[in-house]
Write a protein that binds this ligand. Structure first.
Ligand code: ATP
Ligand code: MG
Length: 572
C-alpha cells in the first residue's frame, strides 16, 4: 500500500469535476461491441465475516452506481464459503448497512452457499475432463512442491491419478470419510507457470465445520478462486469488479470458466482499494479492536464501519458523495480523512438545524436585567434553508456561556469576551462585561454583564458594531446533557502500514473519545429523537445517540467539527 496521499482528488465544492472511472470506459466498449446482449449486471459480494467499512462503501457505490447509470442490475451476494469465520450476525448487519446506504437489490439477495451443489457438479465435470485431481499431500508438502517465483514447481505423485479414482475419492471427501486436511481437490493446470496461482490451485478442502446456512451438510468447502467465478457465472454477472489483489488471480478466474462447457463468462475488472488516513481498514484488525475492547463494538462511533458512521450521525448521502468524488483508479492510494469530513460538512450544512449548546459552561449574570423577567426571542433554524423556519429561545438574567469565550486578559485577535468589551449574544442582545468572580484556585466562577435593551435580537440601530458573537443558554431553562467528542481513532496517519513492525494497537489515540457530562443545551432539545442531527452553533455537527438514549435526555455524538481544513487547503 502506498502512503502517498491522494491530493489529486477533487475539491469539496459542488462544481467538482467528475472523477475518472476507467471501468466505465470498459463497459462502454463492451456495450459498443454488443457483448452480453448489451446488459450490465454487477454484484456486491461481501464475505459475512465482519461488518462493512467505508472501503466496502466504495465498492457498494461503484457496483450499485454502475448498475443505476447503465440501467442494469446489481445483486447483493454473500460469499459465504468459509464456515469457520462466518455468522448470521454479520449477514444481518451487512443487509442493514447496504440498505441504509440507499441501495436496493430488489429480490436479488443471493448466497454462494446456495450454489454448493452446482459447484460440486462443475468440479465433477473438470475431474471427468482430466482437469482436476484429488491430492494426498498435506498443506506443507503442497507448498514445497509448488516451487517459488524463480523455481518451477514439480508434479505431485497424485497428479496422475486416474479419473475413476479421482471421482471416487472426491465423492468420499464430500461424504466426510476423511479428516480435515487429509486431502484436497486441485485443478490440473501448470506446475511451471510464471503465475503461482496457476500451479494446480486448490479447489476444495475438507472441513468438518458447521456452516451458518448449510449446517453439517457439507464436509468440503470451495476455495475463493474456484467459487467466485462460478457465483458470478451462475448469476449472469457481466462485469465482476474486485480489488487489485485479485489481478494475478484473473487468469485462474478465466481458466475455470473456459474449461467448463456452456457457462456464462463474466469479465473480471480490478480497481484500487480505498485507504483512509488515521484508521485501519482490514476486517481482521477491526475485529481485533472489537474483541480486545479498544472500542465499544463494531458500531463504536470512532470505527470506520458503516454501523459506526451511522451511529456517529454521518448521513448516507455524505458517504455516497465521498465515494463518487474519490474516483476509481488502478493504483492504490491513501485518501485524506479531511476530505471525507468536508463531504460530511457540506451535506449537513444544508440540512442540519442550528441550536445553541454550551459544552463547557460558566455562569453569567446580567446585572441590569430584571430578576423575574423571561423573554422569548426568535431564532432562525437554518440560514442555509429558508424553509427551515424559526423557534423561540428563552432569555433570562442568568445564562451560561462557553468558558473559553471569556478571558480576563486577551491577545488582540481575541474577539470574544474580555472585561470592558462589548460582544453580541446570538439572537439576543449586545452585552458588556463589567466584572467577574474567581474562586481560591483562580478559576472564574461567575461573570457579570450589562446588556443594552436597545439591541434586542442582537442588532444595534446606531450602527455600533461588535466583533464577537457568542452562543449562550438561559440557566434556568437549560437542559443538562452529555456530549461526546471524537478525534481520530489513531494518532498515526497510516497505522496500517505493512512495512511498520510496531503493533498498530500502539498507535491508538488515547484522546479519541472525550465525554463532556455537564453541557447545557437550549430547552427545545428535550424533544429530540434518536439519531437526530443538529449544528451546535460554533461547535460542529452533532447527532443524538441511538443506543444511549433516554427521552428528554439525549446524549450527543459530535459528527464533525466546523473548521474545514480540507476546503481551505484546496482553495490556496
Ligand atoms: P478481508 O479484509 O477479510 O479480505 P475484504 O475487505 O476483501 O475482506 P470482502 O467481504 O471480501 O472483504 O469484500 C467485499 C467487496 O468489497 C469485495 O469486492 C472487495 O474487493 C471490496 N472491498 C473490500 N475492501 C475494500 C476497500 N478498502 N476499498 C474498496 N473495495 C473494498
Ligand atoms: Mg475479500
Amino acid at each position: 500500500m502506498s502512503a502517498g496521499k491522494n491530493t489529486a482528488a477533487p475539491t469539496g465544492g459542488n462544481d467538482s469535476h467528475k472523477p475518472s472511472n476507467f471501468i466505465k470506459n470498459i463497459i462502454d466498449e463492451d456495450l459498443k461491441n454488443g457483448k452480453n446482449d448489451s446488459r450490465v449486471h454487477t454484484r456486491f459480494p461481501p464475505e459475512p465475516n465482519g461488518y462493512l467499512h467505508i472501503g466496502h462503501a466504495k465498492s457498494i457505490c461503484l457496483n450499485f452506481g454502475l448498475a443505476q447509470e447503465y440501467n442494469g442490475l446489481c445483486n447483493l451476494r454473500f460469499d459465504d464459503t468459509n464456515p469457520v469465520k462466518e455468522e448470521d450476525e454479520y449477514v444481518n448487519a451487512i443487509i442493514e448497512d447496504v440498505k441504509w446506504l440507499g441501495f436496493d437489490w430488489q429480490e436479488r439477495l443471493y448466497f454462494a452457499s446456495d450454489y454448493f451443489e452446482k459447484m460440486y457438479e462443475f468440479a465433477i465435470e473438470l475431474i471427468k475432463k482430466g482437469k482436476a485431481y484429488v491430492e494426498d499431500l498435506n498443506a506443507e508438502e503442497i507448498r514445497q512442491y509448488r516451487g517459488t517465483l524463480t523455481k518451477p514447481g514439480k508434479a505431485s505423485p497424485s497428479r496422475n491419478r486416474n479419473i475413476a479414482e479421482n471421482l471416487d475419492l472426491f465423492e468420499r471427501m464430500r461424504k466426510g470419510e476423511f479428516p480435515d486436511g487429509a486431502k484436497v481437490l486441485r485443478a490440473k493446470i501448470d506446475m511451471s507457470s510464471g503465475n503461482m496461482n496457476m500451479r494446480d490451485p486448490v479447489m476444495y478442502r475438507i472441513l468438518h465445520a458447521s456452516h451458518h446456512r448449510t449446517g453439517d451438510k457439507w464436509a468440503i468447502y470451495p476455495m475463493y478462486d474456484w467459487a467466485h467465478g462460478l457465483e458470478d457465472s451462475i448469476e449472469s454477472i457481466t462485469h465482476s469488479i474486485c480489488t487489485l489483489e485479485f489481478e494475478d488471480h484473473r487468469p485462474l478466474y478465466d481458466w475455470f470458466l473456459d474449461n467448463l462447457e456452456d457457462v456464462h463468462h463474466p469479465r473480471q475488472i480490478e480497481f484500487a482499494r480505498l485507504n483512509l488516513t488515521y484508521t485501519v481498514m482490514s476486517k481482521r484488525k477491526l475485529l481485533r479492536l472489537v474483541a480486545e475492547k479498544h472500542v465499544s463494538g463494531w458500531d463504536d462511533p470512532r470505527m470506520p464501519t458503516i454501523a459506526g458512521m451511522r451511529r456517529r450521525g454521518i448521513p448516507p448521502a455524505a458517504i455516497r458523495d465521498f465515494c463518487n468524488r474519490i474516483g476509481v483508479a488502478k493504483a492504490d492510494s491513501m485518501v485524506d480523512r479531511a476530505m471525507f469530513d468536508s463531504c460530511i460538512r457540506e451535506e449537513l450544512n444544508k440540512k442540519a438545524q442550528r441550536v445553541m449548546v454550551v459544552l463547557d459552561p460558566v455562569k453569567v449574570v446580567i446585572t441590569n436585567y430584571p430578576e423575574d423577567k423571561v423573554e422569548d426571542l426568535p431564532a432562525e433554524n437554518n440560514p442555509e434553508d429558508e424553509n427551515a423556519g424559526s423557534r423561540m429561545l428563552p432569555f433570562s438574567r442568568e445564562i451560561y456561556i462557553e468558558r473559553e469565550d471569556f478571558r480576563e486578559e486577551a491577545p488582540k485577535k481575541f474577539f470574544r469576551m474580555v472585561p470592558g468589551r462589548e460582544v453580541r449574544l446570538k439572537h439576543a442582545y449586545y452585552v458588556k462585561c463589567t466584572d467577574f468572580v474567581k474562586d481560591e484556585t483562580g478559576e472564574i466562577t461567575e461573570i457579570h454583564y450589562e446588556y443594552d435593551p436597545a439591541t434586542r435580537g442582537g442588532w444595534s440601530d446606531d450602527g455600533r458594531k461588535v466583533k464577537g458573537t457568542l452562543h449562550w443558554v438561559s440557566a434556568m431553562h437549560a437542559l443538562d446533557i452529555e456530549v461526546r467528542l471524537y478525534d481520530h481513532l489513531f494518532s498515526k496517519e497510516n497505522p496500517d502500514d505493512s512495512r511498520d513492525e510496531t503493533d498498530f494497537i500502539e498507535y491508538l489515540n488515547p484522546k479519541s473519545l472525550v465525554a463532556l457530562k455537564n453541557c447545557k443545551a437550549e430547552p427545545g432539545l428535550r424533544e429530540c429523537k434518536q439519531g437526530e442531527r443538529f449544528q451546535f452553533l460554533r461547535k460542529g455537527y452533532f447527532c443524538s445517540d441511538n443506543l444511549d438514549f433516554t427521552a428528554g435526555k439525549p446524549v450527543f455524538n459530535r459528527i464533525v467539527a466546523l473548521r474545514d481544513t480540507w476546503k481551505k487547503m484546496q482553495q490556496k
